[in-house]
Write a protein that binds this ligand. Structure first.
Ligand SMILES: N[C@@H](CCC(=O)N[C@@H](CS)C(=O)NCC(=O)O)C(=O)O
Length: 242
């Protein structure tokens, strides 16, 4: 049965799945869903997932949303390299711990930074008030510090000497603000060295390919932004400023 992946590479969980599938030679049909153009609000996509979010996996009538579930499904179904999610229960526990923390601890704030620093000014023509931006950047720094102190510590990778699923997911999330020219790795030698190790393990070519859309977002034609997406971004602006 053909494996289908519905992805937008601007999205960190989608990049994780894309890179993971490529590195493990998993053959898949790639459906590019452009979230900024509102493809996830189309009738065709809604018929696949009423959650209206990417990533989505489809294999015949089996449909799966949520990147963590998709990644674990791929590790179980395909013969992916063992180090991504090793059988050792303690190592699995450590990876699960990061994956449980990641949406609230990483995804939301990294996405908010990209929107606040890039998309909101692109749409409204105005920068966020300085104190609001400072609040966001303080939260970014706090959560990165938590990541370093609690998860990474002094290890080369999160579970030791070899990359695992959690490293890939975390690196993708932390690349998000880089799309808005805000490099969270600057001045953090340990974190930068870890990010570089992840990039080297992935391979620079694949890493670059997966990030091309994000890193060119600045050149995006904002006039083709889907009204639903614009509304969502403006409502985030409202929440930030009120
Ligand atoms: N927890 C979900 C997050 C999925 C998610 O938030 N996807 C975003 C892109 S990063 C999306 O599709 N947003 C569209 C929308 O909310 O309208 C996962 O890890 O898969």
């Amino acid at each position: 049965m053909t494996l289908e992946l519905y992805l937008d590479l601007v999205s960190p969980p989608c990049r994780t799945i894309y890179i993971f599938a490529k590195m493990n030679n998993i053959h898949f049909n790639y459906f590019a869903i452009d979230v900024l153009k509102g493809h996830h609000h189309s009738k065709e996509f809604e018929a696949i997932s009423i959650l209206r979010k990417v990533p989505v996996l489809r294999e015949g009538s089996f449909i799966l949303a949520e990147s963590v579930a998709i990644l674990l499904y791929l590790t179980r179904k395909y013969s992916t390299s063992i180090y991504w999610y090793p059988p050792d229960m303690h190592i699995q526990g450590t990876i699960d711990e990061y994956m449980a923390w990641q949406h609230k601890g990483m995804h939301i704030i990294m996405q908010k930074t990209l929107w606040a620093k890039l998309l909101i000014p692109m749409i409204t023509g105005q920068e966020l008030p300085k104190e609001k931006m400072d609040d966001i950047l303080t939260e970014v720094q706090t959560n990165i510090q938590l990541f370093c102190d609690h998860f990474l510590k002094d290890k080369p990778f999160l579970t030791g000497k070899i990359i695992c699923l959690a490293d890939l997911m975390a690196a993708m999330e932390m690349m998000q603000p880089v799309g808005a020219n805000y490099n969270i790795f600057l001045g953090k030698p340990k974190l930068s060295a870890w990010r570089l190790r992840v990039e080297e393990t992935v391979g620079s070519r694949l890493f670059k390919e997966a990030h091309e859309k994000l890193l060119n977002l600045r050149k995006w034609d904002i006039s083709i932004l889907h009204p639903h997406v614009k509304e969502k971004i403006l409502s985030m602006l409202h929440n930030i400023t009120n």
